[in-house]
Write a protein that binds this ligand. Structure first.
Ligand SMILES: [Zn+2]
Length: 475
């Protein structure tokens, strides 16, 4: 069974079929760096990370691009209000974003292009649209995308959602980056410099100005991934107008299909309500860390809901996440005690545990992922934890079983990314010493074995010989 994902383009679950496997080009709309990202934003970014990790788990070679929107309407407003330079203002939030990405254990994208560093690509893309008669310069000096001309070329505007063109008012246009589908209109590609823009402007064939938000993503994605690529994702609030406009600009300029699979993550409520600063339910990642929660607890909670379901994020849920992780950690801790000194699986990927091993975690987990990233994958994890605990309790799990179970867990966690509780891991150096001691005892070099035991003690670890073999404990 292959990986199946819901494609917003076809509004159905489809087999994931990249254009040139095993390569996958994946573009995620990144942050607009005018503030710290909030927990709703983080749901989308963690979802993007889940997609990337799933593809890598399935053996694809992913090129992951996430742009940094460092020039758009809201940013300019803040730059004006704070009287800083554009770079100074956005640099601070960009650094915070990348730091938060690490806190949530998201794999860093291979490319994080900044819009301001792609101005010449943006201008040449607009020039192409002007040459093809799809874009025009209006009396206000700005360049707009003509929906009428685009449709006249036989192209479809309204691929991700159905639009009612009969209700459209002819000749309307919109300059701001955000607008509702009720006001479908020609949108700005290049915005002529206005007094409110301050020092934020670049020269162009149409005069001084700055790019619109939508064209930024078309220029950066096609420059890095080519005119057609496999996967584009973002939050569902970006479907219109942002993603619809991205399709129109890219296909209008290249004449080629832009993206094969569109994936959208659903909204998030906080404490049952739409997040808002006035309701006091607005949390950035940093707000939650200040309350004493840690990155893996937040990541775990965000991954407990299917990405296409609206999710109610609560502080109580975070407490629950802490308890759930403690159960996993406890089980892994016991497995490590037994398995760390057992025979590690040699070579290849230890997918199938030997006869009598723990239930096949990998198979159940992989099947759940194939089903549109069905998060019931956690069901597979907890079933495995229960069964493993049962076998641990009845002492029927040997060192080899434990080593296989841990290796399977590591593969599963390469997707989940919840990692281990800090401090729970036995450092490689300590393990190596313990193994050296076992080897010394085997050849009856007890002097050396004792010296290693002392060395371990000096490093804060006690080694005990049990009927099942040596066990390491922190002093
Ligand atoms: Zn975008």
């Amino acid at each position: 069974m292959g990986l199946k994902l819901f494609n917003t383009l076809s509004r159905s679950i489809q087999e994931f079929a990249p254009l040139a496997p095993p390569k996958v080009g994946m573009y995620c709309c990144g942050p607009t760096v005018y503030d710290f990202a909030h927990i709703g934003n983080w749901r989308t970014f963690v979802f993007g990370d889940l997609v990337r990790r799933t593809l890598e788990f399935k053996g694809y070679a992913v090129t992951h691009v996430m742009n940094i929107t460092d020039v758009e309407d809201k940013i300019i407003k803040h730059v004006r209000e704070t009287k800083t330079s554009l770079r100074e203002f956005t640099g601070k939030y960009e650094a915070a974003f990348l730091e938060d990405l690490k806190t949530l254990n998201c794999r860093l994208p291979h490319h994080t292009p900044r819009a301001t560093e792609y101005i010449s690509e943006i201008i040449s893309l607009i020039e192409k649209l002007v040459q093809r008669g799809i874009a025009y310069k209006a009396a206000d000096g700005s360049v707009y995308f003509s929906i009428e001309k685009y449709r006249g070329c036989g192209c479809t505007y309204g691929q991700l959602l159905k639009l009612n063109f009969d209700e459209m008012k002819a000749g309307e246009r919109v300059k701001s980056d955000e607008y509702a589908k009720e006001s479908v209109a020609d949108f700005a590609l290049w915005k002529a410099r206005g007094p409110e823009d301050g020092d934020v402007f670049w020269p162009s064939p149409w005069g001084e100005g700055r790019p619109g938000w939508h064209i930024e993503c078309s220029a950066m994605s096609t420059k890095i991934l080519g005119p057609s690529f496999d996967l584009h994702l973002g939050g569902e609030d970006l479907i219109f107008p942002h993603h619809e406009d991205e399709i129109a600009q890219s296909e209008g300029a290249t004449g080629k299909p832009f993206v094969k699979h569109w994936l959208h993550g659903a909204h998030l409520l906080v404490e049952g309500k739409k997040m808002s600063k006035s309701l006091g339910n607005f949390f950035t990642l940093r707000d939650l860390l200040a309350k004493g929660f840690i990155g893996r607890e937040i990541r775990y909670l965000l991954l407990t809901a299917h990405y296409r379901e609206t999710f109610n994020f609560t502080l109580e849920g975070l407490q629950g996440a802490r308890a759930a992780l403690a159960r996993i950690d406890e089980c892994l801790g016991k497995l490590r005690e037994i398995g760390s000194l057992g025979v590690p699986p040699s070579g290849g990927s230890p997918v199938t545990p030997p006869e009598g091993g723990t239930p096949n975690l990998m198979a159940a987990f992989s099947a759940a992922l194939d089903d549109d990233l069905n998060i019931s994958a956690w069901g597979a994890v907890f079933e495995w934890v229960r069964e493993t605990n049962r076998r641990l309790a009845e002492n029927s799990l040997g060192a080899t079983d434990a080593a296989f179970a841990l290796a399977a867990w590591d593969k599963v966690d390469s997707v989940l990314g919840i990692g281990t509780k800090s401090g729970a891991e036995i450092p490689a150096e300590i393990l190596a010493l313990a193994e050296a001691r076992t080897a010394a005892k085997k050849v009856k070099d007890f002097k050396r074995a004792d010296a290693i035991r002392d060395e371990l003690k000096a490093k804060g670890w006690v080694i005990e010989d049990t009927p099942k073999g040596p066990k390491l404990k922190k002093n």
